[in-house]
Design a binder for this molecule. Structure first.
Ligand code: GLU
Length: 406
């Protein structure tokens, strides 16, 4: 299960946008008496729904199902939770609109169908979410966007800004420019990448199965539902090895792999049936539905490790004693005004070191500005960034959520 320390970390976590006054305070599920599920204690939740659910097995967009999730999202938003929807279904809806009875093999046809169907998909989400008093926003992403440092930071900041505006991002893969999820994933991987990107507490994968089974239930009558396991445990991949449903590409294997990936940023994953009545509300109320694949380490530890292990240092800044104390002792953001020197030639989104006046490294983090921009705004108050550069990415050179203290 989840240890108390992790939940405390979650409760203490206040990401960007979480300070919005319109959002009610979130108590991290502390009011619950039922056994806590990963969703109960989660503030930031990514919900992923696959094509077969969204389109009722390919019959066309299921207004009732999307309306049901929208109603539940509205209730979860009232509880003070931050929500992101990752939805496929563009191809299935596009095929219907184009009058195609069978899924084509030609990737260009599938990409065209996705472009046709995406119109209907977002239209449906927009009207259903609006009907429940929620703002929504369309975001189309690719894996490559998230591998690129600058695009990663842009996508992250946009999504966190949307959450701060109480708008629900409805995300799909940008099928016009890539074919990853069309070929393999049915957006399971994208769901995990989004969970990584915004450091979600939990990824909920809604599917047409009750969860992860110990064996293929169609072949093995002794198959049982996996209630809880550690995300990334090798036996899970063997259990999930069978084939998926006919509409989407993703079977259980892509879901188990998505859980492993989500765990990389400390997010737990729940795989549950999207047809279960009020599944999101019941999970949030602490009812264990489906399979919980729990991350081995918490979000902050995971992020720290990711930043230190995977990213190469591209430059550094020297900061004055005041800024050093704020960053090192209080975990505050680094503002340009505290920067006395800029070293190296880094880009926005690169990892840079923060050094105190004696040259020792006190922290590392993702730079919001390139080295040449940083040189122009160094020693200046953030209120002057617009005038000095002509634009503002952020008021901070490194935001505290992108900063790891040494
Ligand atoms: N992005 C695709 C969609 O929304 C993935 C799903 C699929 O391959 O059917 O349709």
């Amino acid at each position: 299960g989840l240890d108390v320390g992790r939940r405390r970390e979650r409760r203490a976590w206040r990401g960007r946008g979480a300070d919005d006054e319109a959002r009610p305070p979130f108590d991290g599920g502390a009011h619950l008496s039922a056994p806590a599920t990963p969703v109960a204690g989660a503030r930031r939740i990514v919900v992923k729904v696959g094509s077969s659910l969204v389109t009722d097995e390919g019959r066309g967009l299921d207004a009732e199902a999307i309306g049901n999730w929208s109603r539940q999202l509205a209730e979860l938003a009232r509880q003070g939770r931050e929500l992101v929807m990752v939805s496929s279904g563009a191809i299935a809806e596009g095929m219907k609109r184009l009058g195609w009875a069978t899924r084509p093999r030609d990737l260009h046809d599938l990409q065209a169908a996705a472009a046709v169907g995406q119109m209907g998909l977002v239209q449906m989400y927009e009207s259903q979410l609006r009907g429940h008093g929620l703002r929504s926003a369309q975001v189309l992403l690719t894996h490559a966007d998230l591998a690129d440092r600058e695009r990663y930071l842009n996508a992250r900041t946009t999504l966190l800004t949307l959450l701060g505006l109480n708008a629900i991002p409805v995300i799909n893969e940008n099928d016009t420019v890539v074919t990853d999820e069309i070929k393999f994933g049915d957006n399971d991987t994208l769901g995990a990448l989004v969970a990584n990107l915004i450091e979600a507490d939990v990824l909920v994968i809604l599917t047409d199965q009750p969860g992860l089974s110990s064996a293929d239930p169609r072949k093995d009558p002794l198959a049982t539902l996996v209630r809880e396991a550690r995300a990334g445990d090798p036996p899970l991949e063997r259990m999930a090895g069978g084939a998926g449903s006919a509409i989407g590409r993703g079977g259980m294997l892509t879901k188990v792999l998505a859980a492993k990936r989500a765990a990389g940023s400390g997010a737990d994953t729940v795989i549950a049936s999207g047809r279960e009545p009020d599944v999101l509300l019941r999970l949030a109320a602490g009812e264990p539905i489906g399979s919980a694949l729990v991350a081995a380490q918490g979000k902050q530890a995971a992020r720290k490790q990711w930043m230190l292990d995977h990213l190469q240092l591209r430059g550094a800044v020297t900061v004055d004693d005041g800024a050093a104390a704020k960053v090192r002792d209080e975990g505050k953001s680094l503002l340009p005004v505290g920067v006395t020197a800029v070293h190296g030639d880094f880009e926005r989104g690169d990892v840079i070191a923060v050094r105190s006046t004696d040259g020792s490294e006190i922290a590392r983090g993702l730079a919001n500005y390139s080295a040449s921009e940083a040189r122009r705004i160094a020693r200046q108050p953030s209120s002057r960034i617009a005038e000095l550069l002509g634009y503002v990415y952020e008021l901070e050179l490194i935001h505290r959520t992108n900063l790891v203290r040494r």
